[in-house]
Design a protein around this ligand. Structure first.
Ligand SMILES: Cc1cc2nc3c(=O)[nH]c(=O)nc-3n(C[C@H](O)[C@H](O)[C@H](O)COP(=O)(O)OP(=O)(O)OC[C@H]3O[C@@H](n4cnc5c(N)ncnc54)[C@H](O)[C@@H]3O)c2cc1C
Length: 598
């Protein structure tokens, strides 16, 4: 059977030892009071909910799925109770603005809480994830009056938020949306149109659903410059926050899909619903990016959470599964065969999964830290550095973590052999649940384009230089650790490779714009590997300083798993470099008609 135990020791290691969170927090007025006791209480409380409430309804939620009957959407058994637990414990406002009843916890901590939720029940966790994204958007772009009215009930879980972008003809290209917003003359708008694949578009978890909807004003410019953003509640809200009339937001149907079956994916028809504009006319897509950037990191964490639970479950299986003998002779002579972990290939798979999971956890917290610094720090230079790193790392966090998360679920499934293919063991559900994370919230191909085009090409590699300088400063700080020499030398080679490749692609793209899209996915994967090399170097350096006085084996294990990454995973950059250097012509040479089967 699948199993999940929140990796609290590892989380505390990342937060307290690798990134020295207390030091970071004490440097900013908004977070200076947060101490380790509070952090540990939050992580332990989160672990209890994940292990005891969400995990037990994961398999059943997948089997039961969401129902759509007589126009009503019903979530699987136990989901409503789980939502109430999060709501009553104040968990839905964990990172929320304290001015509006949020708890104000920093992102580098809340990412770890999110990991536990996704690991224990990804289908369920999309509801709180979208809700958090909606509150972040409103906090950043709504008027004080709207924040006062909407944020407290959203933080309390009394209401819940969604993100309504996609339409049948408008997926990646949101400039094609046709949902209309007509001014009513009283400051509100009539919203008419149909949205597709809306996560949590309708359900029975909360008393009201607050939709954040992209639509076009009658005189809007064409394309993405003519998109505005509207808040459209399922039930109208009176000034005292009591619920008024149904607002003509109708669920047309729900999707039947490969995974995340506990998450309601809805067609939503806005049949003349009343909406309130958020932000400025025609600037809605920019405001929506605040939510999308949060969701991109969150969806990255979906990949990590599923990779982690897949790993833990596969190891639980591997302990018991006896097949064949160890290469050098029986390890377990009194039994008919040895446990499968004696085989180098099974270890290869397990170490791949573990090395990526642990680096993803550190990376998620690192990106969270950049977000906190960019939001809260008083020093302009530090805020700017955080901003730049956030911009650079968000597409990597979404695409690289979810790609490696999906690989992790497949590799973990492989460890089970045939049992991994059968539903009883739960491994196949993780594969199905992880797959969507590579597709939604902007496909991973689009993330790579964002990295290569907007974050690298358009600033002539400036953010890349900021990143490589940060890594070099860190490597210099390890000069007193002889065992870090291999890391320092290898990472320096990788930084040079990244810099030189960046220059080559920028020069090629100056001549041929197709070079950006041709290079993007391989470039992102190479960048991801170098970033994970940096994460591992930071973890291993802490372990090297502590290993001699440690009797638990924790730091020695870190060093060994890190070594697997250094020796057997990081060299993948060599192939990726060659793929990027192959350029666009190889892809563009074949005539379009030759692709089609006639
Ligand atoms: C389960 C589920 C839940 C979802 N939840 C939500 C939600 O809550 N809210 C919401 O608004 N949407 C949601 N979506 C929609 C989701 O975000 C889109 O599916 C996704 O952004 C991709 O759009 P598309 O499916 O239309 O693909 P398309 O845009 O049609 O893309 C098809 C392929 O072409 C590629 N492509 C397209 N344009 C380019 C380009 N310019 N350059 C290179 N490659 C390109 C894509 O990468 C992809 O491989 C959800 C979807 C699913 C399946």
């Amino acid at each position: 059977m699948a199993m999940y135990k929140a990796p609290l020791r590892d989380m505390q290691f990342v937060l307290n030892e690798v990134f020295e969170a207390e030091k970071v927090w004490s440097s900013m007025p908004a977070t200076e009071g947060i101490d380790l006791d509070t952090v540990n209480a939050i992580l332990e409380g989160g672990a209890k909910i994940a292990e005891n409430e969400l995990f037990p309804i994961n398999l059943s939620g997948d089997a039961e799925g969401v129902k759509f009957e007589n126009g009503k959407v019903t979530t699987p058994t136990g989901f409503k109770e789980a939502w109430n637990t999060l709501a009553e414990g104040g968990w839905l406002g964990l990172g929320g603005n304290p001015e509006y009843d949020g708890m104000g916890m920093p992102k580098m901590l809340t990412v770890l809480f999110e990991e536990m939720l996704y690991a224990s029940n990804a289908g369920f966790t999309l509801y709180p994830s979208l809700n958090t994204g909606a509150t972040i958007l409103l906090d950043a772009h709504a008027s004080d009056e709207i924040k006062q009215q909407f944020l407290p009930p959203l933080y309390a879980g009394q209401w819940i938020g969604t993100m309504c972008l996609t339409e049948t003809q408008a997926g990646t290209d949101l400039g094609l949306i046709s949902t209309k917003a007509e001014p009513k003359g009283d400051g509100t708008y009539t919203i008419t149109g149909s949205k597709l694949w809306i996560t949590g578009g309708d359900h029975d978890l909360a008393e009201n659903i607050i939709h954040l909807v992209l639509a076009k004003l009658p005189d809007a410019p064409a394309g993405s410059r003519g998109i505005s953003l509207f808040l459209v509640p399922k039930f109208k809200v009176n000034s005292d926050n009591s619920l008024g009339d149904f607002n003509n937001v109708n669920c047309g149907s729900i999707e039947h899909k490969m995974g995340i079956k506990g998450s309601a994916t809805c067609v939503l028809n806005f049949d003349g619903a009343e909406g309130i504009m958020i932000g400025e006319p025609n600037r809605g897509l920019m405001a929506m990016f605040t939510m999308m950037n949060y969701e991109r990191l969150s969806i990255g964490i979906q990949g990590l959470g599923l990779g982690e639970v897949a790993y833990q479950s596969a190891m639980d299986f591997a302990k018991e599964r006896l097949q064949s003998r160890a290469p050098g002779g029986a390890k377990n002579p009194e039994k008919p065969a040895d446990p499968i972990l004696v085989h180098p290939d099974v270890r290869r798979m397990a170490l791949n999964v573990r090395a990526f999971n642990e680096a993803s956890r550190a990376f998620a917290s690192y990106v969270g830290m950049q977000l906190d610094l960019s939001k809260f720090h008083e020093d302009e230079t530090i805020r700017k550095h955080g901003d730049n790193m956030m911009a650079l790392m968000t597409p990597i966090a979404k695409a690289f973590i979810t790609d490696r998360g999906f690989d992790a679920t497949v590799e973990a499934q492989q460890i089970y052999g045939g049992n991994g293919y059968c539903t009883e063991w739960g491994a196949e559900q993780y594969v199905r649940d992880a797959r969507i994370a590579q597709i939604y919230e902007g496909t991973n191909g689009i993330q790579a384009l964002d990295l290569m085009g907007r974050k690298v090409f358009s600033n002539r590699g400036e953010f890349v230089k900021i990143f490589t300088q940060e890594v070099r400063e860190f490597l210099a700080s390890c000069a007193d650790l002889p065992n870090m020499q291999a890391w320092t030398t290898t990472l320096e080679t990788e930084l040079k490779r990244l810099e030189s490749l960046t220059e080559t692609v920028i020069a090629a793209a100056d001549k041929n714009p197709a070079e950006i899209g041709a290079a993007s996915v391989d470039y992102l994967n190479l960048f991801g590997l170098v970033t994970y090399g940096y994460m591992w170097a930071r973890m291993v350096s802490v372990a090297e300083r502590k290993v001699a006085s440690d009797t638990s084996g924790f730091y020695a294990t870190k060093i060994k798993v890190g070594n697997h990454f250094l020796k057997r995973i990081l060299p993948r950059t060599l192939a990726l470099e060659q793929q990027v250097l192959a350029g666009a012509d190889v892809l563009m040479d074949l005539e379009e008609e030759a692709f089609y089967v006639n």
